[in-house]
Design a protein around this ligand. Structure first.
Ligand SMILES: C[S@@+](CC[C@H](N)C(=O)[O-])C[C@H]1O[C@@H](n2cnc3c(N)ncnc32)[C@H](O)[C@@H]1O
Length: 261
């Protein structure tokens, strides 16, 4: 891999304190929830894209699932490795960019939670191709009829909370639904510029569909507060559950190659 992206710099520095975030405190209940949705049998294989400190990966491994966690940040992966060791479970950990991975195995399910790379854009990522490339890579890693669960930032909330002043100042782009922020130096990392984007439910349905993933459910899925509830306009995140019904279309492949120009 080449030079670190802003998000990699951010998560490398944030890794030591990531698990102190209040939204990470419901992991056991979240794993109960996702197991109900994914319909897995003990011993099935799960791919955790953007696994971070491994909180879902390790909990799944403790319950008998065979888990692979993939992440861009070596420091987040180091925390995941330590967590697996402390829990006396094995989780295969892979350092890779979610926009460009390819794995030899086909999994029984995948998760990509709390953004887990989806919409966390580098300065050069195309806002459509980045999430599409991740979905294509996930889709290719799944067995037919396998399920995927993702939680991603909701554009509705962004549109309600940003002002025209933010648009004029470049803090929010309504054309791409991208928020831009300057993060001051902290936790040992230098000042960085980050970009993250929100999604509308209709666009998600389309992106998943052209990646070969048919959406079966969408709910309000704000981190730390999951539930089967209607997506209201104040939810930070949308939860999507989808089934792999086809391979990514040729058009999706072409478009997703624009993820890293
Ligand atoms: C907010 S954390 C979520 C971690 C975990 N899924 C959870 O629910 O706690 C986002 C994770 O995505 C990872 N990430 C960001 N961009 C990525 C990329 N392009 N490829 C792989 N991982 C990425 C970060 O390193 C970070 O660990």
């Amino acid at each position: 891999m080449t030079e670190k992206t802003a998000w990699e710099t951010f998560f490398d520095a944030h890794a030591p304190v990531y698990d102190e975030n209040v939204f990470t405190k419901n992991t056991v209940k979240e794993v109960d929830f996702l197991l109900e949705e994914l319909g897995l049998a003990t011993g099935d294989t799960v791919l955790d894209v953007g696994c971070g400190t491994g909180r879902h990966s390790v909990e799944l491994a403790k319950r008998g699932y065979v888990v692979t966690g993939l992440d861009l940040s070596s420091e987040m992966l180091a925390k995941a490795s330590a967590a697996a060791k402390a829990a006396a479970v094995h989780v295969q950990l892979i350092r890779s960019d979610a926009t460009s991975f390819s794995l030899p195995e086909k999994y029984d399910a995948a998760i990509c939670l709390c953004e887990g790379s989806f919409g966390l854009l580098s300065q050069t990522d195309d806002p459509v191709a980045q999430p599409l490339s991740i979905l294509c890579n996930i889709s290719r890693s799944l067995k037919p009829q396998a399920k995927v669960m993702a939680t991603v930032l909701s554009a509705a909330r962004m549109l309600r909370t940003h002002s025209n002043e933010d648009v004029l100042a470049g803090r929010f782009d309504p054309l791409t639904l991208v928020e831009s922020a300057e993060m001051p130096p902290r936790e040992g990392y230098p000042a960085i510029s980050v970009r993250e984007r929100g999604f509308a439910a209709t666009e998600l349905t389309l992106l998943f569909r052209i990646a070969g993933l048919s959406v079966v459910n969408m709910w309000g899925g704000t981190a730390g507060n999951w539930g089967r509830r209607i997506l209201d306009l104040d939810e930070y995140e949308i939860m999507i559950v989808a089934t792999k019904t086809a391979e990514p279309s040729a058009g999706a492949d072409a478009l997703s190659r624009a993820a890293r120009p």
